[in-house]
Design a protein around this ligand. Structure first.
Ligand SMILES: [Zn+2]
Length: 124
């Protein structure tokens, strides 16, 4: 692949990534405290009021997974728990974050290819 097409691809994925970042921020700003988590937290753990007020469902799911896996025989995954208890916006944000992860991998591969081209040019 030519250096030009690599650079063009890099720009395309970088734009996709910043677009996703913006969308994730917008979703997270719509987060509503999900009372469903209280089923997991009530009387079981010391999640402070501050955690509940300032955290998103993503933060709460992280804590809930620990509690659920400790109190049961394990086997609860983060995404499963977020889908069980989280608000719609945080679930959407999580999907977008996973998508952003793939784009980050793609960007890394393109950077690697650009680096290899650069090394070849250096060694000529
Ligand atoms: Zn939420």
């Amino acid at each position: 692949m030519s250096i030009e097409s690599l650079v063009v691809k890099h720009a395309k994925y970088a734009d996709l990534k910043s677009d996703l970042k913006r969308k994730i921020g917008a979703e997270l700003s719509n987060h509503k405290y999900s009372e469903a988590f209280e089923e997991v937290f009530s009387g079981k753990d010391k999640l402070s009021n501050e955690d509940i007020i300032y955290g998103t469902c993503g933060n709460h799911a992280y804590e809930a997974v620990k509690i659920l896996n400790r109190d049961n025989d394990g086997g609860y995954g983060y995404d499963e728990v977020l889908h069980m208890y989280g608000c719609e916006s945080c679930i959407k944000a999580r999907k977008l974050k996973i998508e952003m992860g793939f784009i980050g991998t793609k960007l890394g591969q393109i950077r690697g290819a650009i680096t290899r081209v650069g090394r070849k040019l250096t060694n000529q």
